[in-house]
Ligand binder design. Structure first.
Ligand SMILES: Cc1ncc(COP(=O)(O)O)c(C=O)c1O
Length: 502
């Protein structure tokens, strides 16, 4: 019976829901329920007991139970239906028993949405639309040279031939594909021909194209844990099964020999998102070897490699690829601005035709005058200049943030990762800290840091904060970092001493 299982989990001292976890009761109940879902004890579509019943059976307050259920709901594990109860989501991408799912009971579904639609819209990740100074991953697009850009755009619009107003069948505007190829060859050591480059509307579209064209529903994708939510969503939208693979200080960790064979392997080798680990050369070779052995495609998301502060950017995984298994993707969201909606996907030569055709059939790509302006922006050296300026700006902001956080690093169990590159860093905290509550407290004060555990798929031991600095104005950094440090210290004092540094 569920209540017995939950009581056992809540009493198990060393378990993630046990008393030694040092978490508030609602978080412990949430952990126990999540475990029950994960273990398959609660199956897709199962109805949970009501909060009143659970409170009674577990001898907890109703508020505690409601808070746990709300958290599960916010993360997409369960859905509540007014007047009907709370149900386990019918299609959880992580659900172990997904292949044995029972037929859907349409009576339990929100009207109009498919099970996939429900799952995609119930999971976290999409709702945080407001950009604030410390939001991880956000660039300072206030620095974008708008006047220059406008001049270039105007010129291309004035000279636009009718064919520039059409869709494009070739994977993008030729000179832009060439400019991107030149850039990647020199800066990222990717070996490629311009025809391998597809101009997309960004990484999200690149991921979705790869997922649709290279995998079938139900296929397994190895994904780093913790993971980028954009990738989780793209794969879930294609009904792929996620197999979380661990991450440590050397990046991607090869999974156990009995892991399900992957069709796709998604990685962020230059700067693991969100931990910031840089994948070592040995791991890169191990990954390519695993791809070769299993016949999988590797999806390399190189989202912020432009911003490496200690030394030159590291060569890409695609640059090491000897047998055409890596699809490499990058974005202009960071160096230019996210709303430009332009990125690139480099596919192995043998896939070029299929990708161009599918890109056209599924997305009808266009925006050639915009692509022409960007090609010229790159050809005339403005892109390189913008990059240099951005690197200087972010290096100074990163240094100020690191300095302000320094005293905090003396605390037991606190450490930083990922500061060598990118636009955010990751502050690791002891596993006893409720990082979601901590982030919520800071968010109420306008400090939009994110909890590390929100990115974790399966692992339970990582807690911390992701702190962006790309968008943080210099005068805000020191006082904000001081406030973050205070809140962290408060959280550390409120939780039991950790068993030691991780
Ligand atoms: C890991 C990762 N990949 C890609 C992106 C950007 O993708 P897009 O080109 O869709 O804006 C982000 C944005 O924050 C990211 O964190």
């Amino acid at each position: 019976m569920l209540a017995d299982y939950l009581l056992t989990e809540l009493a198990r001292p060393d378990g993630p829901a046990g008393p030694d976890a040092g978490l508030p009761l609602n978080r412990r109940l949430y952990e126990a329920l999540r475990r029950a879902i994960w273990d398959g004890r609660l199956g897709p579509g199962d109805r949970l007991p009501s909060s009143r019943e659970l409170a009674q059976d577990l001898r907890l307050s109703r508020n505690t139970v409601v808070a746990a259920l709300q958290q599960l709901g916010a993360e997409g594990y369960v859905v509540s239906r007014v007047g009907s109860g709370t149900y386990v989501h019918e299609q959880l991408p992580l659900h172990r028993g997904a292949s044995q799912q029972r037929p859907r009971d349409d009576g339990h579904r929100l009207p109009g949405l498919s099970a996939r639609g429900q799952r995609l819209t119930a999971e976290p990740g999409a709702a945080e639309l407001e950009i604030q100074p410390f939001t991880p991953g956000t660039a300072d697009f206030g620095a974008f040279p708008v006047a220059l850009w406008q001049r270039l755009q105007n010129r291309h619009w004035r000279a636009a031939r009718p064919e520039m107003l059409d869709y494009t069948t070739l994977g993008g505007y030729g000179p832009l594909r060439r400019a991107v190829a030149d850039y990647l060859r020199v800066s990222r050591s990717v070996r490629l021909q311009p025809e391998q480059v597809l101009i997309t509307t960004g990484t999200q579209q690149s991921l979705e194209l790869c997922a649709r064209l290279l995998a079938d529903p139900g296929d397994t994708v190895w994904i780093e844990d913790p993971a980028y939510w954009g990738a989780v969503k793209a794969f879930a939208a294609c009904d792929l099964r996620l197999h979380p693979t661990a991450v440590d200080g050397e990046g991607w960790v090869p999974p156990a020999a009995d892991a399900p064979a992957p069709r796709l392997i998604y990685v962020t080798p230059s700067h693991q998102y969100p931990s910031g680990a840089v994948m070592t050369l040995a791991r890169r070779h191990a990954l390519l070897q695993a791809a070769r052995a299993t016949g999988a495609w590797v999806l390399e998301d190189d989202y912020d490699s432009e911003f490496r502060f200690d030394g030159a950017p590291l060569a890409s995984l695609a640059g090491l690829d000897e047998d055409g298994r890596v699809c490499y993707m990058g974005t202009f969201s960071k160096v230019l601005y996210p709303g430009i909606k332009l990125g690139y996907l480099v596919v192995p030569l043998g896939l070029v035709e299929a990708f161009r055709r599918a890109h056209y059939d599924l997305h009808r790509p266009g925006q050639l005058p915009l692509q022409a302006a960007l090609a010229e922006f790159m050809e005339l050296g403005h892109f390189a200049a913008a990059l240099r300026r951005a690197r200087q700006t972010y290096a100074a902001r990163r240094a100020a943030l690191l300095q302000a956080l320094q005293p905090l690093l003396a605390c037991t169990g606190v450490r930083l990762s990922g500061a060598a590159q990118g636009l955010h860093l990751c502050l690791h905290l002891p596993a006893t800290v409720d990082d979601r509550a901590l982030a919520a407290t800071l968010a109420r004060e306008g400090l939009s840091v994110r909890p590390l555990s929100a990115y974790c798929l399966q692992r339970r031991d990582w807690r911390g904060l992701l702190i962006g600095y790309g968008y943080a104005q210099p005068k805000l950094i020191e006082p904000s970092a001081r406030r973050i440090a205070e809140a962290v210290q408060q959280a550390l004092r409120a939780t039991p001493a950790p068993g030691g540094q991780r």
